[in-house]
Design a protein around this ligand. Structure first.
Ligand SMILES: *Cc1c(COP(=O)(O)O)cnc(C)c1O
Length: 437
């Protein structure tokens, strides 16, 4: 299968190149040239299949032409060492819990898959050289990527994060790991971290001495595997006898997650419609209402992983529907919520049902409360565990919440990080001195 750029100005590339490069040479995002429909009997029996069995079938459809079947199956099963259960929150509203992975957020699925696929490709042809993954993070991406790649042979990860600007829970999830993960604490802000990473990719000397790649969330190997749990979510509501008129609601920021759901829909997933739930960063919501896309500077909210003012994956959504606003707006409904609405939803949901939402999932729940019609079944994606936002959540719902053991383990670990200035020459000489080849 070939992958083309959403900017359409450069030739198609192989899966391997799309994964290693991340972004196309014309700065567009990669898309698969074909999206294959899955057969009807797969959907007829899907309610009897596990997440892992479903994912093997879906992965074969995406990657089967480029990865040997046994290797692909291993990658999928190793990635999905946890489940994505559907839980009934109240009548007709279900939560697809995506927080049972190592860092308690849905990004674990894509990050773990990408690490293993990259290892498969470089094992074949890097000539034994270490591949260095550089990632800048404002908090959540760093933990998912670092843990996704932890212990994966042949790969070293450098996580750059702004000193003093990530929460202690986030920080411990990528600074306590050791092994093939190095945390770099940059004396600057997130933009400085991103600039250092970008400069490294553009530096000829570095690239001649080290194999560098990124694990950005727009990478096809991070984004496509998110389709797995849409099929599983549907399978689980179907198994509960609620497989008709299913509406899937996705708390959205950069729109990678929902785009994977839209691809699942193109593959035949019988979902009636989607809802994209935004926080106060309502760019997509406004696009749905007006047909005009006007990016804005992002604003900070309680659901901070959705604070995106110019969602990268909007280009992919347009690509899927040939840029036709009326088609997009008929399949996807929108909603946008202020912080006080998010907090209110968390409080009311807990009081009424006992279910504790995180601020991102709360946007999904609230959108279903507003937009679900009689006879429909709503399934929202609970994208992170509430304990990741412990103080916020406890402050709002007014009761202590359990911190899962795997999160406590991170918090007990010893922080190891490398202090770095925000000047590129410092970062460059550090990398050169520490590159292992
Ligand atoms: C990243 C993230 C989102 C937003 O997902 P996109 O794919 O960027 O739309 C939502 N919730 C949580 C908890 C996240 O970490």
């Amino acid at each position: 299968m070939k992958y083309y750029s959403t900017n359409h100005t450069v030739p198609e590339v192989t899966l391997r190149d799309a994964v290693v490069k991340g972004l196309a040479a014309d700065r567009g995002l990669f898309m698969p040239e074909r999206i294959k429909k899955l057969p009807e009997d797969f959907f007829n029996n899907i309610n009897k299949l596990s997440l892992q069995d479903i994912a093997v079938r879906v992965a074969e459809s995406f990657f089967g032409e480029d990865v040997e079947p046994a290797a692909l199956e291993n990658i999928v099963r190793d990635t999905l060492s946890f489940d994505t259960p559907v839980v009934e929150v109240e009548k007709d509203i279900y939560s697809l819990e995506l927080f049972h992975g190592p860092t308690l957020a849905f990004k674990d699925v894509g990050a773990r898959f990408m690490a293993r696929l990259l290892q498969y490709f470089i094992g074949k042809d890097s000539g034994g050289k270490t591949v260095n993954v550089l990632v800048a993070t404002s908090g959540d991406t760093g933990s998912a990527v670092a843990n996704g790649f932890l212990g994966v042979e042949g790969i070293h990860v450098y996580v750059l994060y702004p000193k003093g600007k990530v929460s202690p829970i986030q920080e411990c999830q990528f600074t306590t790991l050791g092994r093939n993960i190095t945390a770099i604490e940059v004396d600057g802000n997130f933009d400085d971290c991103q600039r250092l990473v970008k400069s490294a990719f553009l530096d000829d000397e570095l690239n001649s001495k080290m194999l560098l790649t990124s694990a950005n969330s727009i990478n096809v190997a991070r984004f496509l595997p998110q389709a797995f749990y849409y099929f599983s979510g549907y399978a689980q509501v179907k198994a509960k006898g609620k497989g008709e008129d299913v509406v899937v609601c996705v708390p959205s920021g950069n729109f990678g997650n929902i785009t994977a759901g839209l691809i699942a829909h193109k593959m035949g997933l019988p979902v009636k419609r989607f809802i994209a739930a935004n926080n106060a960063n309502d760019i997509f919501y406004n696009y749905l209402q007006t047909g005009e896309y006007n990016p804005k500077a992002s604003v900070q909210t309680l659901a901070n992983a959705m604070d995106v003012g110019d969602p990268s994956n909007f280009a992919r959504v347009l690509e899927l529907y040939a840029g036709k606003h009326e088609v997009i707006a008929s399949l996807i409904d929108g909603a946008a919520f202020s912080d006080s609405q998010i907090a209110d939803a968390m409080k009311k949901c807990y009081e009424k049902t006992g279910y504790v939402l995180d601020p991102h999932g709360a946007c999904g729940y609230l959108a279903l409360k507003q937009l679900l019609k009689e006879g429909e079944t709503g399934l929202f994606l609970e994208t992170a565990h509430p304990a990741k936002f412990h103080d916020t959540v406890v402050g709002i719902v007014g009761k202590e919440i359990d911190i899962p053991e795997r999160l406590q383990d991170f918090m007990k670990g010893e922080k190891q990080s490398v202090a770095m200035s925000s000047d590129f020459p410092d970062f460059k000489s550090y990398l050169l001195a520490h590159s292992k080849d």
